[in-house]
Design a protein around this ligand. Sequence first.
Ligand SMILES: Cc1cc2nc3c(=O)[nH]c(=O)nc-3n(C[C@H](O)[C@H](O)[C@H](O)COP(=O)(O)OP(=O)(O)OC[C@H]3O[C@@H](n4cnc5c(N)ncnc54)[C@H](O)[C@@H]3O)c2cc1C
Length: 385
Amino acid sequence: MTKVLISGASIAGPTLAYWLDRYGFEVTVVERAGGFRPGGQAIDVRGTALGVAERMGVLDEVRAHATNLRGMSIVDGDGNELHRSEEHTLSGGPLDSPDVELLRDDLSDIIVKAAGDRIEYVFGDSIASLEDGPDGVHVTFEKAEPRTFDLVVGADGVHSTTRRLVFGADAGYVPLRAAAMAVWTMPNVLGLDRWQIGHFSDSAGTSGAMVMTVRDNTELRAYAMFENQDGPLPRDVAEQKRLLAGGLADASWEVPRLLEHMWDAKDFHYDALAQVRLDRWSHGRVVLLGDAGYCGSPASGQGTSMAMVGAYVLAGELKAADGDHGKAFAVYEDELRDWVEANQAFALRGLPDEGADVADLVAESAAGLTDDFAALTGSYILKDY
Ligand SMILES: Cc1cc2nc3c(=O)[nH]c(=O)nc-3n(C[C@H](O)[C@H](O)[C@H](O)COP(=O)(O)OP(=O)(O)OC[C@H]3O[C@@H](n4cnc5c(N)ncnc54)[C@H](O)[C@@H]3O)c2cc1C
């Protein structure tokens, strides 16, 4: 049986585990966090990825967990509504689309359960080194004993350790402007009913906050963004929180109240806006998947869908190549590269120009999921394996 090690247990990793297990591979997943990670803003399953969810038999459950918002407002510093829509939201786009917006941790949970209990998960650990040889990849871990696998897949996100070890520090990592975005869970202190509110505290729309109700209005997911001019983000969460609070110290509307709740949030997630663009997605017996290999950034709205489609194609090509991993990795990349690059290019279109005003930003966001984008999200046609 071909033994595959997957690094990362969010969306890409468990989706790949699902398919590889079905195709008869032996799968181990190592995850740095102590368990499946909670948190994350609403993410979207769109276009071709809906077909992957359907083939996994989880589409109904995915739909049952949809955020189900009624609409959104944009407000000024005093809370006056500048824009209101019951047709689209900032985070998810048109409300009448077949695409599904749901919480990242809900989607991850659905996929992990579907993948089943034949998958071995190792939590609280990370790959420390990889030695690729003719008969397998010798892997050392930060904690566990070394092991040898036939193949290793890096599904460990935009700051992928696997990518760093195989392609070099910072390989392919492309920061997009100096903006950093944070998301956390807090009680619905604003009493909103299936609603989203955004407030931009600068005219370029790169600093401000947004809240949306989740889980039957019992919680808010708050997110905040500001232009971080101070170089790379610190890794320490307390330091990240201090940086964010400092960056939004002058913000009005309800931003101070949101920040008060940030200090106690257990699922605080903070990152720079960045893409990953590499000339190759694999090297020897090691291959990259999802954000690790081709992150589109939150501005793409397609990170999760690319991860799911990538996992389906990678597993399918490994099955089809019948042991020839070099061929499988080449076809995987050949199948998906154009689609991935088109999605990454679309993300850059979605970023507001320097000097754009809030009205333009909202109009762009409303139009962000235009027919062009809908066509793009569904333009990769799934093969049968
Ligand atoms: C907690 C969290 C919150 C997020 N919030 C948002 C959001 O608000 N908006 C948005 O657009 N996207 C968010 N994302 C990213 C989004 O999930 C991805 O863009 C998309 O779903 C693709 O998923 P992925 O599985 O490729 O990568 P990710 O979802 O980033 O998952 C990578 C996984 O690898 C794990 N990992 C990292 N390093 C190592 C290591 N060395 N060894 C083992 N495991 C490792 C991480 O803990 C994580 O579980 C979030 C991701 C996480 C993990």
